[in-house]
Design a protein around this ligand. Structure first.
Ligand SMILES: Nc1nc2c(c(=O)[nH]1)N[C@H]1C(S)=C(S)[C@@H](COP(=O)(O)O)O[C@H]1N2
Ligand SMILES: [Mo]
Length: 220
């Protein structure tokens, strides 16, 4: 119902008709909103109240009951706009990084993506190698094309940072977090709710730095 929140009815994806997995012939795409609100295999549209996908406070633990029912039907608990997320794509979990590269002074390029719902701009992405005590500022690739209505960022953003491999050797993990236009950031830990949804806390990857012999074969 918001005139500045674009809604698309899509028949094509990457210039091809929607494949059956995406439930052809037509689907809804609501940028900035959670996937669950983007109905596939669309047959009719009607305006209605929605009683699903609710984020309840953590003290609502029972499955039914008056309180939970009231919460489930209250507009404030509906899950619509996506929330802040940042993810490390490289290194992958458990990826092996060779130590000989560290001796040669090589750096390792860590990469990932970040996104905020509602079209909000992402202003900062930081990785940490010491559980958040010190943070390293990442380079962001800011999209230009998908900005609409002057300030709606309808797509994810890619980020990268080059790290000294010798630092990776000593670190317990690489964590990432991002900040949006409100200077709000992701929490370190999840906050429990009955449906276990909308939890996008620090993303942590633990690469494995391994010793290699001169011929590149992993040593012991
Ligand atoms: N008809 C129908 N549409 C649906 C769903 C579904 O189960 N049935 N799942 C939703 C959810 S939860 C998501 S995340 C997206 C996934 O869309 P994708 O296949 O384009 O990633 O479709 C949404 N649309
Ligand atoms: Mo989903």
């Amino acid at each position: 119902m918001d005139p500045r929140n674009d809604v698309m009815l899509a028949q094509y994806m990457n210039d091809e008709p929607l494949p059956p997995d995406y439930r052809s012939p037509v689907r809804v795409v609501i940028p900035g909103y959670v996937g669950w609100r983007c109905v596939r295999k669309l047959s009719k549209i009607r305006i209605s109240d929605i009683w699903d996908n609710r984020v309840l406070p953590s003290f609502a633990t029972e499955k039914d009951g008056e309180f939970v029912t009231a919460m489930f039907t209250h507009p404030s608990t509906s899950r619509n706009e996506q929330n802040l997320i940042s993810v490390i794509m490289k290194p992958a979990q458990g990826e092996k990084i060779t130590l000989s590269d560290a001796r040669n002074g090589k750096t390792y390029r860590t990469e990932g993506y970040a996104y905020d719902g509602g079209g909000h701009e992402l202003q900062r992405v930081e990785v940490s190698l010491d559980g958040g005590e010190t943070c390293l500022y990442c380079i962001r690739k800011i999209p230009e094309e998908p900005i609409r209505h002057g300030n709606k960022f309808w797509t994810w953003m890619q980020w990268r940072i080059s790290l000294e491999i010798s630092y990776l050797l000593r670190c317990k993990g690489i964590s990432v977090g991002c900040w949006n236009v409100f200077k709000t950031t992701q929490p370190e830990h999840p906050s429990w709710n009955t449906m276990r949804i909308m939890n996008k806390y620090w993303y942590v990857v633990r690469p494995e730095v391994i010793e290699t012999r001169e011929n590149g074969v992993p040593g012991i």
